[in-house]
Design a protein. Structure first.
Length: 502
């Protein structure tokens, strides 16, 4: 229960309630604005604690601390010393696994089974992997032959970019925040994090880890707040910030890009999606159904890489729809600590209102409801939570809003196709371009179709299978730049060329 989760946590400040705090220059503080908001559990709407809203003063203090750390002890560390500290951060996250698990599940209501396999281990791995990466990289060298026996030696030098603003979303809070903080610190930068207002706890808890393992003060800072006219906007406008990395909605990305234009700061964006799955008649149907159940409904559909549009070859359409329906109806909604739970609630009542508005719109647009489409009956105090039923539709036109707009809930639309050409055209018919899943046993078709997907990430016969060394990001309106492995270095370092006349 939420009460039990409260007890297992030891976060930042004292008290039975779990209040969040800013973490600035190595210290927890409530800041000076006097403004705060209630953090409520999506399980039952009970109060978790309060979250202070940072203003310009908190952002200024955090950026100043981050600059001082660059010029001070952090900037003086060798790569080996720095990466040892990051490995210690990873180990300490693992030592405090239960605290991180409790914090993440309090904020999001997601099942322990999910967070203990994905969110928390990946939070630790993001520090270890990027620490290993930066220890083992070289830069380019070129010898320029000028004739007449003269030549010049060119070589690249990578320096940290400086103070990085990290703006992160609520769906995988620790995982997506550390996906940015890990490489930023490994490359020698310092960070100011503005976590999502929905999920303040794990970013706060990470402050304790930084202090425990001896990361110098000012290297990792957290300021809570909202987006517009609040900490998010103030941070991304701050002239002391040298680069902005953001994961969230495409429309928010547009606003941040305008803010980043002041002072021509670079951005790295991982944005929204409306991801397709293409299911061909020659697929392994068991694998395709199992994979699509995960891609449509995991984390209650709140995964940027999740599938909301499914295109199925007509000869297996009815069988596929029937099996996905049976799978969706077998999913168990419940409390995080119940091992039988497959799905938690949506992250908030507000988000449920948004998802329910699409559930209504689907029917207005003429959808056939295969399953779900409603608020489920939940027992006891859970009736006050942000629960929603997994939902499948068929029969919508290609230009329906439900087929084109990101809903970010446990729902998908399934449409038949007749030819490979048609499937490819339908998959690409969106301004988004984050991910696609292709299900086929035909090797040639797999390569052929994957190459034509206008996305950053294409899975064949799998979904969410992630090798952290590979490029991650979105095409079209789903992002700018790539993160992951060596690709993260492009954003988190400044590459200079040194040319020596020999
Ligand atoms: P969001 O865009 O509403 O908010 C993300 C963050 O931006 C929050 O911390 C918010 O406070 C902040 N913010 C909002 N307005 C701002 C402004 N004007 N200036 C500065 N900061 C501002 O996104 P969300 O609802 O938290 O997350 C869900 C979205 O994120 C979905 O669209 C999803 O597809 C996307 N997402 C993408 C990826 C990816 O890797 N491509 C991963 C996860 C989520």
């Amino acid at each position: 229960s939420v009460q039990a989760l409260h007890k297992t946590m030891q976060i930042g400040l004292d008290g039975a309630r779990r209040d969040a705090a800013h973490f600035i220059n190595g210290e927890f503080t409530q800041g000076t604005t006097g403004k705060s908001w209630e953090n409520r559990s999506p399980l039952d709407n009970s109060l978790i604690g309060r979250v202070p809203e940072g203003g310009r003063a908190e952002i200024d203090a955090a950026v100043t601390a981050a600059q001082a750390a660059l010029d001070g002890p952090w900037g003086a560390l060798t790569v080996g010393q720095r990466t040892d500290l990051l490995a210690a951060v990873a180990d300490e996250i693992t030592n405090r696994f239960d605290d991180f698990l409790a914090a993440e599940c309090l904020d999001t209501g997601k099942p322990y089974g999910l967070a203990s396999h994905i969110d928390i281990p990946r939070g630790a791995a993001n520090f270890k992997m990027f620490a290993d990466t930066v220890k083992n990289i070289s830069t380019e060298t070129f010898l320029l032959e000028q004739g007449g026996g003269r030549s010049a030696l060119n070589y690249g030098l990578r320096r940290p970019k400086g103070v990085i603003a990290v703006i992160s979303p609520w769906n995988l809070p620790l995982l997506l925040m550390t996906w940015k903080v890990g490489p930023a610190l490994a490359c020698g930068n310092t960070v100011v994090v503005k976590p999502s207002e929905e999920t303040p706890l794990t970013a706060t808890l990470l402050g304790e880890v930084m202090n425990k393992v001896g990361v110098p003060r000012g290297v990792y800072n957290v300021v809570h707040g909202l987006g517009p006219q609040s900490a998010g906007e103030f941070l991304t406008q701050h002239p002391g910030v040298n680069g902005i990395t953001f994961t969230g909605e495409t429309r928010t990305g547009e606003a941040i890009m305008r803010q980043a234009a002041l002072g021509v700061r670079q951005v790295s964006f991982e944005l929204g999606g409306k991801n397709p799955a293409l299911v061909f008649a020659d697929c392994d149907l068991d694998a395709a159904v199992e994979g699509t159940l995960r891609s449509a409904f995991s984390n209650c559909g709140q995964v940027c890489l999740g599938t909301e549009r499914i295109y199925v070859e007509r000869t297996i359409f009815d069988a596929f729809v029937a099996r996905l329906k049976a799978g969706a109806e077998a999913l168990k909604l419940g409390r995080p600590e119940d091992p039988a739970t497959n799905l938690g609630p949506l992250v908030s009542q507000d988000h449920r209102d948004k998802v329910l508005s699409y559930y209504r719109l689907a029917l207005e647009e003429g959808a056939t409801l295969v399953t779900g489409g409603r608020v489920p009956d939940m027992p006891g105090e859970l009736a006050n939570g942000a629960w929603i039923a997994p939902t499948i539709w068929t029969g919508l036109k290609d230009d329906a809003r439900v087929v084109n707009e990101e809903i970010f809930g446990p729902c998908c639309h399934i449409r038949p196709f007749d030819t490979e050409e048609e499937a490819v055209r339908l998959a690409n018919s969106t301004p988004y371009g984050l991910a696609a899943a292709v299900w086929t046993q035909n090797l040639s078709r797999a390569h052929r179709v994957a190459a034509r997907m206008e996305v950053g990430i294409c899975w064949v016969n799998s979904w969410f299978l992630r090798d952290l060394r590979t490029a991650f990001g979105g095409a079209k309106q789903s992002g700018i730049g790539r993160e992951g492995g060596l690709h993260s270095l492009e954003f988190y370092t400044e590459l200079s060329n040194v040319c020596i006349q020999l």
